[in-house]
Design a protein around this ligand. Structure first.
Ligand code: PEP
Ligand code: MG
Length: 324
């Protein structure tokens, strides 16, 4: 099977009934093996910038960050690279910036931290913008957004960074801006968010954790953590319909997108862009190449009629087996 998938690497991600999907990759530490996947991918759907920050001894300076981001942008140009601003807190602590809280996943995390420390965010934004000069494939993504004014506040900082750089003789274009949909509150503010940003990216990992009130890293409740829980699937289904009604390009970058059955469900719901870890890409592509859009939509319908995560899992397993 591995050899077969290898062989399919250069084939397009199109269903038997001609529906084209865009598959992107999630990156972190380095451009790693992912750059070799450049054929037939749509770019980087999620670059987790906190990952390189986790292996340094202090906040990397503007020059160091610029070099890092330039490497990502150059490796994939002209394909887009979606860079997420620092998403620390939760389970991602920096050794030189410890955050101690009783409930870290409900606490100071992502955009909440960086808006409280605009000096950190400004260095990052300036470095990203500087790195994009002449390439224009940078897109920005904001993690853990809960309130629309967090977007407004960040927009002001982006504007300021562009002006500052301009005054220093570095002319950059304003990149496309997106928000992660991962805090359930955002699902009820899509219209207001749509008025402010260019795209949405669904973080199914955190969305699952917050919808189900299950810590994604706690082994005691690991059995309860399931992105195929009927409530999560129902939320994703509505989200696909509403974002399409609002005309906002919406991708999914959580683990669900990198699971073949999950990817088919997302395709059936109407998501056309999926971003995943590189190693998952061949299997997801193979699933898309074997299952029609129509069959995927039927799978969604059948699945949404089920009432427990176990029933959903069993149904998906039996359908996947039939399609092998
Ligand atoms: C997510 O929450 O689904 C996501 C993609 O972001 P992270 O896993 O980095 O929190
Ligand atoms: Mg997340």
């Amino acid at each position: 099977l591995a050899a077969l998938l290898e062989h399919e690497q250069d084939l397009p991600s199109v269903t038997p009934d001609g529906h084209a999907m865009t598959l992107m990759v999630n990156t972190g530490l380095t451009v790693d093996t992912v750059a070799s996947l450049k054929t037939r991918i749509g770019g980087v759907g999620l670059y987790r910038t906190e990952v390189p920050f986790m292996i340094t001894e202090r906040f990397p300076g503007e020059q160091e960050q610029t070099r890092l981001y330039r490497e990502q942008l150059e490796s994939f140009a002209p394909l887009p690279v979606v860079m997420r601003t620092l998403d620390i807190g939760g389970d991602k602590d920096l050794p030189y910036f410890p955050i101690e809280e009783a409930n870290p996943f409900l606490g100071w995390r992502g955009i909440r931290v960086t808006l409280d420390h605009p000096e950190v965010l400004m260095v990052q934004l300036r470095a990203m913008l500087r790195a994009s000069q002449g390439l224009d494939n940078l897109e920005l993504l904001l993690p853990m957004v809960t309130n629309v004014d967090e977007v407004d506040d960040t927009l002001k900082l982006i504007e300021r960074a562009i002006i500052e750089l301009g005054e220093e003789g570095v002319e950059v274009r304003r990149p496309r801006l997106g928000v992660m949909l991962e805090v359930p509150a955002t699902l009820y503010q899509l219209r207001a968010l749509a008025a402010r940003v260019d795209f949405f990216s669904v973080g199914s990992n955190d969305l699952t954790q917050y919808l189900l009130a299950v810590d994604r890293n706690n082994p005691r409740v690991a059995d309860l953590y399931d992105s195929c829980h009927p409530a999560v699937l129902s939320a994703l289904h509505r989200l696909a319909a509403e974002s399409s009604e609002l005309n906002v390009p919406t991708s999914v970058c959580g683990e669900l997108a990198g699971d073949p059955a999950g990817a088919l469900l997302l395709m059936g719901m109407g998501f056309r862009v999926l971003s995943m870890n590189g190693p998952n890409l061949p299997r997801v592509r193979a699933a898309i190449r074997r299952v029609s859009r129509e069959a995927a939509a039927e799978l969604v319908e059948q699945t949404l009629a089920l009432e427990t995560p176990a029933e959903v899992r069993a149904h998906l397993a039996s359908r996947m087996q039939a399609w092998q």
